[in-house]
Design a protein around this ligand. Structure first.
Ligand SMILES: [Zn+2]
Length: 260
């Protein structure tokens, strides 16, 4: 969440305050925000405890700021697609930003500026997870993300992307809570529950969803629109009591009882 909810307003007004002899520095000292006068046109202002963007991003932009944006819009790739989290703002990223903007009633121009970042700040917690999901929900195996098929840092980073996909799906389904019964598994946790040897749970990509108020089939059907390349649900062996969703390369969707 935005740590300084009035930061954007203050920095927007910084110029006016200076014009009236005010001291902008005393009223607004958000970290990593350009000093008044040095901010680019369309200054996006506010500070956020997780990550603060310092300028508008659009097709052709690149770098860490783009990569951070891609994580936040990973749930808006279009049906059956997944966007690359590669720091390169290409057409797929632009389309994802447009879908994100449309989902929240913003002007869908595909340019990430003040309004888009403001919405993202509202949607994220200080640890960069979306407000409705937590690292703890995505890892009921251990506390340090170790022992999987990738490094702990990679597993945790993959889980973060999964959470943003779930946040997009949750919003599209009317903002009703989505129950997450587990995600990352170490090799030993995976063995203990009889998981497949190359399960995407071992990479941090996967989440197992409870029925919640939506039901397994509605979850499986919606997941197709939000970047999940693996969807397993009712009718698929071992998945009559949950819906499994995951990112990662390739596509495998199977929930025969749900028409998938
Ligand atoms: Zn699963």
């Amino acid at each position: 969440m935005r740590s300084r909810p009035i930061g954007f307003l203050l920095s927007t007004l910084a110029g006016a305050a200076l014009a009236f002899g005010g001291t902008a520095a005393a009223s607004a000292t958000p970290p990593a925000t350009p000093a008044p006068g040095s901010a680019p046109a369309g200054n996006i202002g506010t500070a956020d405890a997780c990550y603060t963007w310092s300028g508008t991003l659009q097709e052709g932009s690149s770098g860490e700021a783009v990569r951070q944006l891609q994580i936040r819009v990973a749930g808006y790739p279009g049906t059956g697609n997944q966007i690359a989290i590669d720091g390169v703002f290409g057409p797929a990223t632009k389309a994802a930003v447009q879908r994100f903007q449309a989902a929240y009633g913003l002007a869908a121009d595909g340019i990430a500026g003040a309004q888009t970042f403001s919405k993202i700040y509202e949607l994220q917690d200080d640890d960069c997870t979306p407000v409705n999901f937590t690292y703890a929900e995505l890892n009921r195996c251990n506390s340090d993300w170790s022992g999987g098929k990738v490094s702990a840092a990679t597993a945790r980073a993959n889980a973060l992307v999964t959470m943003w996909k779930l946040q997009a799906m949750r919003h599209a389904m009317g903002d009703r809570p989505i129950t997450v019964n587990g995600g990352f598994r170490s090799v030993s946790c995976n063995s203990a529950v009889g998981g497949a040897a190359n399960s995407r749970h071992l990479y941090g990509h996967a989440a197992d969803l409870g029925a919640g108020s939506q039901g397994f089939c509605a979850l499986a059907q919606a997941a197709r629109n939000h970047g999940f390349t693996e969807i397993l649900g009712p009718g698929y062996p071992g998945h009559n009591d949950h819906t499994h969703v995951a990112g990662g390369s390739g596509r495998f969707w199977s929930a025969p009882s749900c028409g998938i």
